[in-house]
Design a protein around this ligand. Structure first.
Ligand code: NAP
Length: 308
């Protein structure tokens, strides 16, 4: 089959670290162009400062992968979809829920694929955890996502601005896993968001959710963690504990520990190619809904100012 010609839009950290290598390892796709206002591009690949310039003067493409901050993603996605291109959205799929719904409508009208990717759902422990949890009685769920923002997001101004999500930028990854593996729908009960005095987005958050069967779910997000980092989800059940750690790369069940091979982005691009070939879209806004609810109904506390 002819490879899907794809342009990477937004040549930042995730595009360079994950998207380019994942596409290079997938025979169903080929990077045909890149777009980024300041990045110089990659050797041998046509580069443009704007999507409009690529569409006007560039090589023919079939798809775009949008790796920009969420605040600018809607206009890029709408332009690409209206031009008949398939669209791969980095997470979160948008800065608001309604704009993602609008994109779904445009994709359906244009007859192209819209893929709202959630890379953490492709962590290798996630599907085995989901299978193990199916049919079990849940007792409790604890999510602890504590990392050092200076290590993982140095100098990323957009992440601290409105729509950048702050500590929910990694926290939404945990919610993408939980909303996939737990057998029941979950909803927010309470949230406290800790905002640095000089920032528009939270540096930490304490949240409580409940599922429709009554199981309590706690979530501890903190970007001020130094030393060992935590990306853990622990589910207590009637048959023992299921724990995903290292963001889903390590699975602990009553039967033992499994350290699994990490291939989130290769698996994401396999899914994207399948969706394109099958003329389907995949857009699940459940993780973004929970974050939106935390911003909608959470209480705020102002904490010490944060500088990079
Ligand atoms: P980043 O390093 O700040 O990169 C974002 C890039 O977007 C910048 O390099 C910028 O390009 C480009 N950009 C901004 N506005 C643009 C526009 N209008 N058109 C085209 N390009 C534009 O951010 P990142 O860490 O890669 O994160 C990007 C997205 O990926 C976020 O939604 C994030 O949640 C998600 N993500 C990040 C990670 C991670 O570990 N970093 C992991 C998974 C998912 P210039 O440099 O050329 O100005």
């Amino acid at each position: 089959m002819t490879p899907i010609r794809i342009a990477i839009v937004g040549m930042g950290k995730i595009a360079r670290d994950q998207h380019l290598p994942a596409i290079a390892g997938n025979g169903d796709l080929i990077v045909t162009a890149t777009v980024s206002p300041h990045h110089p591009g990659e050797p041998g690949i046509p580069h443009y400062k704007t999507l409009e310039a690529l569409l006007a003067d560039g090589p023919l493409i079939d798809a775009v992968a949008l790796c920009t901050p969420p605040q600018v993603r809607y206009d890029l996605a709408a332009t690409a979809l209206a031009a008949g291109l398939h669209v791969f959205l980095e997470k979160p799929p948008g800065a608001t829920l309604a704009e993602v719904t609008a994109l779904e409508r445009i994709a359906a009208t244009s007859g192209v694929t819209l893929f709202a990717s959630w890379h953490s759902r492709f962590a290798p422990g996630v599907e085995p955890a989901k299978s193990w949890l199916a049919g079990r009685e849940l007792k409790s769920v604890s999510i602890v996502w504590r990392e050092d923002v200076r290590v993982w997001h140095p100098g990323q101004a957009w992440i601290w601005e409105a729509g950048g999500l702050g500590v929910f930028d990694p926290g939404i990854n945990a919610l993408s896993i939980v909303t996939h593996i737990l057998p029941h729908l979950i909803f927010l009960k309470s949230a406290t968001l800790s905002l640095p005095a000089n920032r528009a987005a939270p540096i930490a958050a304490d949240l409580a959710f409940r599922d429709i069967a009554g199981t309590e779910i706690t979530m501890d997000l903190d970007w001020r963690q130094t030393g060992p980092q935590n990306w853990d989800i622990t589910v207590g059940t009637d048959c023992g504990i299921c724990k995903l750690s290292s963001g889903g790369a390590v699975l602990t069940l009553p039967t033992g520990i499994q350290q699994l091979e990490e291939r989130e982005y290769p698996a994401l691009y396999e899914r994207f190619a399948t969706l394109v070939h099958e003329h389907r879209s995949e857009v699940d806004t459940a993780p973004l809904r929970l974050v939106a609810d935390a911003f909608l109904s959470g209480t705020r506390e102002i904490v010490e100012a944060f500088d990079d």
